[in-house]
Design a protein around this ligand. Structure first.
Ligand SMILES: [Zn+2]
Length: 191
């Protein structure tokens, strides 16, 4: 195992149940005050949406039990949000968890099969964990390369469009993106 210690700043004490508008404002305040040449790590974050928002605000690193914890409840992460594999509707769904995902689980197992497992056996949650970790790694890679390519705003809009196809992007996300200087008006419906 390789352990890497690097000079960085941790932003902690969040993700403890505070409202989302307070959450992003504290992250924004911290990232604005911290030196730009040192990594900023937001402890205990988070949901895919939180990671995209915090990255827009200048955070670099995260850690969270969410992908594996939610897998133990039979919930898979997908670009539309979440897929609840314990749901009865999954019992005869022969599609993979996410047809666009290249992971080993999506290549080999159907929703129906995983539904059978998660409703009776812990093995099911291992498969969902595998997919969820793959999802988070791909999200991180795509987010990272969009920054390198100078296409981060497009990445954010694409992410939000898939998660909120009706344009009902939460107000706190709109507020945070305004401060981050990212125009997401193309993926929001006006109230
Ligand atoms: Zn997958």
């Amino acid at each position: 195992m390789k352990i890497c210690f690097c000079d960085s700043y941790a932003i902690g004490g969040l993700a403890g149940g505070e409202d989302k508008d307070s959450f992003w404002r504290v992250v924004a305040q911290c990232t604005a005050a911290l030196p730009e040449n040192k990594p900023r790590y937001v402890m205990g974050v988070g949901y895919p949406l939180d990671i995209v928002v915090c990255s827009a605000l200048g955070a670099d690193m995260y850690d969270c039990v969410y992908p594996t914890r939610t897998a133990r409840f039979g919930t898979a992460l997908v670009s539309e949000g979440v897929l609840k594999l314990k749901n009865k509707a999954m019992a005869d769904d022969t599609r993979p968890i996410d047809p666009s995902c290249d992971c080993m689980v999506c290549k080999n197992y159907t929703r129906a099969y995983i539904h059978c497992l998660v409703t009776v056996d812990a093995m099911g949650s291992q498969l969902v964990s595998y997919h969820n970790l793959y999802y988070m790694m791909k999200l991180s890679r795509d987010l990272h390369s969009s920054i390198i390519d100078g296409k981060f705003p497009e990445f954010v809009c694409d992410f939000l469009q898939k998660m909120f196809p009706k344009g009902d992007v939460p107000q706190w996300v709109c507020n945070a993106m305004e401060v981050a200087g990212i125009d997401i008006s193309s993926c929001c419906v006006l109230p």
